[in-house]
Write a protein that binds this ligand. Structure first.
Ligand SMILES: *Cc1c(COP(=O)(O)O)cnc(C)c1O
Length: 336
C-alpha cells in the first residue's frame, strides 16, 4: 500500500497498535480552559505515551510493517528527537537495530533519551536537513531502511489512529487542533476524522519562526524555510522539497493553519503547567495557546492534541517562574 493513506490503512494500523504493541490508547480529558472559554475543550494526552510523544504510533506501525529481510538490515532515521526516540523504542520491541541522526538543534534531554534506548546516535549538522543528509548517506552505505519522521504512508497511518480514537470517544467532536510541522500528525488525523465525519474542523498550528508547511501551503508547493530556535523545538525542520504525501494531504484536508509567536507559545506552556497541571513541551502547548490568544474560537467540543512531554525541565521551570527564556539570539518574555 505504498502510495495511499486512507481510512482502511488507518484501521489496519489501529489493529497493529493493540494492547501488546507498547502504544497507549491515550485518554481524552476535560481541560480547565473550558471554564475560561465557556466552551468544551478536551486534551488528548499523547504526552503519556511510553516515549513521551505520539510519534511512537507511526514508528511502531512502520516497523511492524517491515518485511523480515528489511528488519534484518535495520532502520535509520533523522529526527528533532521524538521520532528518533520512538524508532529506537519500536526497534527494540521488534529486536532490530536502529540508527538515529540528530542535529545540534536537538535538546540534550532528547539526545539522552534516544541514547538510553541503546540505539546508535549520530550527531550531525546544524539543522534537520543536514541530519537528513547523514541519514541518506548511512542508508546508502550500510543498506539501512529509512524511516522518515512524517512523509511515509505507514507513519501517517499510525498517527491517524489518534483520529479514530477521538471520534470513538466523542462522536460529537466539532474541532481538532493539531500541532503542525512535517504534517504526518495532521494528515493522519485529518484522513481519519474527515472520512468518518467530514464536518469536523481540522486546524493546524505552527510557530512563526520556521513554519515550513504554512509557507509551502501558501506557495502551492514545498518550499524551504530557515530553521530557527523555538520553544516548540519539535515543530522545527522542513517538509522536504521532494515531499510525496503530507504536503498534498495537508493542502487537501486542513481547514486553517494558525501561526503563533514565541511569547504566545510561552503563555501556552505556562497555562498547561500551572492551570492544566501537565508537564508538556512547547510543541504540545500550541493548542491552548491558539485558544488563549483568540486566534481560534471554540464553537463546540474541541480536542487539542497534547503531542509530547519531552521538554527541557530547566526551560519549563523558567517559564513557570515567568522568567525570560533565551533562544539563540532572541529572548522570550512573560506577558502576563
Ligand atoms: C513531531 C512532533 C509534532 C509535529 O508532528 P508532524 O507530523 O511533524 O507535523 C508535534 N509535536 C510533537 C511533540 C512532535 O514530536
Amino acid at each position: 500500500m505504498d502510495g495511499m493513506v486512507d481510512l482502511s490503512a488507518i484501521r489496519e494500523a489501529a489493529r497493529r497498535l493493540g494492547p501488546k504493541s507498547g502504544v497507549l490508547r491515550s485518554p481524552l480529558i476535560p481541560a480547565a480552559l473550558s471554564r475560561k472559554l465557556g466552551a468544551e475543550v478536551l486534551l488528548k494526552l499523547e504526552s503519556l505515551q511510553p516515549t513521551g510523544a505520539f510519534k511512537l504510533r507511526g514508528a511502531t506501525n512502520a516497523i511492524a510493517s517491515l518485511s523480515a529481510e528489511e528488519a534484518r538490515r535495520g532502520v535509520v532515521c533523522c529526527s528533532t528527537g521524538n521520532h528518533g526516540r520512538a524508532v529506537a523504542h519500536a526497534a527494540g520491541v521488534r529486536g532490530i537495530p536502529a540508527t538515529v541522526c540528530l542535529s545540534s538543534l536537538v535538546p540534550q534531554v532528547k539526545v539522552e533519551a534516544v541514547t538510553a534506548l541503546s540505539a546508535r546516535v549520530v550527531r550531525h549538522g546544524q539543522s534537520q536537513d543536514e541530519a537528513q543528509v547523514m541519514a541518506d548517506r548511512l542508508a546508502a552505505e550500510e543498506g539501512l531502511v529509512q524511516l522518515p519522521p512524517f512523509d511515509h504512508p505507514q507513519v501517517i497511518a499510525g498517527q491517524g489512529t489518534i483520529g479514530l480514537e477521538l471520534l470513538e470517544d466523542r462522536p460529537d467532536l466539532d474541532t481538532v487542533l493539531v500541532p503542525l510541522s512535517g504534517g504526518g500528525l495532521l494528515a493522519g488525523i485529518a484522513v481519519a476524522v474527515k472520512s468518518l465525519k467530514p464536518s469536523v474542523r481540522v486546524i493546524g498550528i505552527s510557530m512563526e519562526r520556521g513554519a515550513a508547511m504554512a509557507a509551502s501551503l501558501a506557495a502551492g508547493r514545498p518550499v524551504e524555510v530557515e530553521e530557527l530556535p523555538t520553544l516548540a523545538d519539535s515543530l522545527g525542520g522542513g517538509i522536504g522539497l521532494a515531499n510525496r504525501h503530507t504536503f498534498a494531504l495537508c493542502r487537501d484536508l486542513v481547514d486553517e493553519v494558525i501561526l503563533l509567536d514565541e511569547a504566545e507559545i510561552y503563555q501556552g506552556m505556562r497555562w498547561m503547567l500551572l492551570q492544566e497541571r501537565r508537564v508538556v513541551e512547547g510543541a504540545a502547548a500550541v493548542g491552548v495557546a491558539a485558544l488563549l490568544t483568540g486566534k481560534v474560537r471554540a464553537r463546540g467540543p474541541t480536542a487539542l492534541i497534547v503531542s509530547g512531554e519531552n521538554v527541557d525541565m530547566t526551560q519549563l521551570l523558567t517559564v513557570a517562574h515567568g522568567a525570560p527564556v533565551k533562544l539563540g539570539d532572541i529572548t522570550v518574555e512573560n506577558r502576563t
